[in-house]
Write a protein that binds this ligand. Structure first.
Ligand SMILES: Nc1ncnc2c1ncn2[C@@H]1O[C@H](COP(=O)(O)OP(=O)(O)OP(=O)(O)O)[C@@H](O)[C@H]1O
Ligand SMILES: [Mg+2]
Length: 342
């Protein structure tokens, strides 16, 4: 992953302004001047994510998010886009200046790779925290985007299922670990999981506030979703005491996200209609289209926002972030407040 550099237009957009309004604020010295980078004969203006945070503070804009959200990408059906979407989703939120922690729970390391994060056999993972009892704050690694940190995966995670059953409070180890994070006040924790009913996934479900479930518009995904909903109902019963502590339910929200949608295919359209009929309460309005750019970004080890920001998949993942976190409303409120009190 490369360092993220914002153009004036992108920077203004992240703050909810027009470019002209940003330039006006700069001219009036209400915000610090842009950084400059010489390319050829021109001294181009540019900004970083730290500048977004600083500008928001200087201008007294409200924080984009007050409460912490722990969001787990899960589906018992494999290959539905959990790792690809979760990596870009985490990056897309961090790009707005929100502190995000991405956690890869899958020994296949796909989320880690999608974020272009290099690991070796020594790189610590959540295994070191849950099994070796290492301090979670020590296994958090930084990425070139200052607001995005990661607990990467490692092959060692593949044996975690043999070790977890011997632990006390084995289902709550991840919940406990996340409660011990002190190094930063992460507003969003995005977790990628493996497609199985495992002890590690139970840990993740119990730790999560929200479940994000990418599904393909095909029959098998539909069936996978049914299994997931049944398993959640079963868990809610078994862990009812814990669920009661959490406002009477295991999870705050379940978001089902149609991925790899191809409107030209009858099968895609039919399965979308079936999902709308049976899972209406969970279904996101945002649909991620089938888009080869997204598959290519995975192979290139880049979030889609770095690989091709203008691609249909990037636009829809941005829309998904807006739909789920409703950041647009806070940004609009902040902009109105700014423009009313110039
Ligand atoms: N919208 C899309 N358009 C095109 N290709 C996609 C799209 N979403 C995902 N893919 C591709 O589909 C494949 C599976 O995606 P991914 O690995 O993210 O799924 P997963 O649910 O994490 O799989 P697993 O269950 O094995 O962890 C990858 O090659 C990815 O690049
Ligand atoms: Mg995966």
């Amino acid at each position: 992953m490369k360092e993220k550099i914002y153009s004036a237009k992108e920077f203004a957009k992240a703050l909810g302004f027009s470019k002209n309004y940003l330039l006006k604020l700069e001219a009036e010295e209400k915000v610090p001047p842009a950084r400059r980078q010489r390319r050829g004969k021109v001294n181009h203006r540019y900004y970083t994510v730290e500048d977004i945070i600083q500008c928001r503070q200087i201008l007294g804009m409200p924080p984009l998010m007050e409460e912490r959200h722990i969001q787990l990408f899960l589906n018992f059906k494999g290959g539905t886009g959990k790792s690809t979407i979760s990596a870009s989703y985490a990056y897309g939120i961090a790009e707005l200046g929100i502190d995000v922690l991405a956690i890869d729970l899958d020994a296949q390391q796909h989320m880690t790779q999608c974020l272009g994060f290099e690991t070796n056999t020594e790189t610590p993972s959540i295994y070191d925290v849950l099994i070796e009892e290492r301090d979670i704050n020590q296994v958090i690694a930084h990425t070139p985007l200052a607001t995005l940190d990661i607990i990467p995966s490692n092959l060692k995670l593949s044996v975690i299922e043999n070790r977890l059953p011997n632990k006390d409070c084995r289902e709550y180890l991840l919940t406990d670990a996340l409660n011990k994070i002190k190094c930063k006040d992460y507003k969003v924790i995005v977790i990628d999981s493996l497609p199985n009913i495992t002890m590690l996934n139970k840990n993740a479900i119990l730790a999560a506030d929200d479940l994000l479930v990418p599904v393909l518009p095909d029959f098998l995904s539909f069936h996978g979703l049914k299994l997931l909903v049944e398993e959640l109902a079963r868990m809610e019963k078994s862990f009812s005491l814990y669920a009661n502590l959490r406002r009477g339910r295991l999870l705050d929200h379940i978001y089902v996200i149609i991925n790899q949608y191809r409107p030209s295919l009858l099968m895609s359209r039919e399965n979308k209609t079936a999902l709308e009929k049976y899972y209406k309460e969970y279904l996101c309005k945002t649909i991620i289209p089938f888009n080869t750019k997204l598959a290519q970004s995975t192979a290139a080890g880049m979030p889609i926002f770095q690989y091709q920001r203008s691609s249909p998949a990037a636009k829809q993942i941005r829309a998904l972030i807006d739909e789920i976190l409703k950041l647009n409303e806070t940004t609009k409120k902040g902009r109105r407040k700014m423009e009313d009190n110039p």
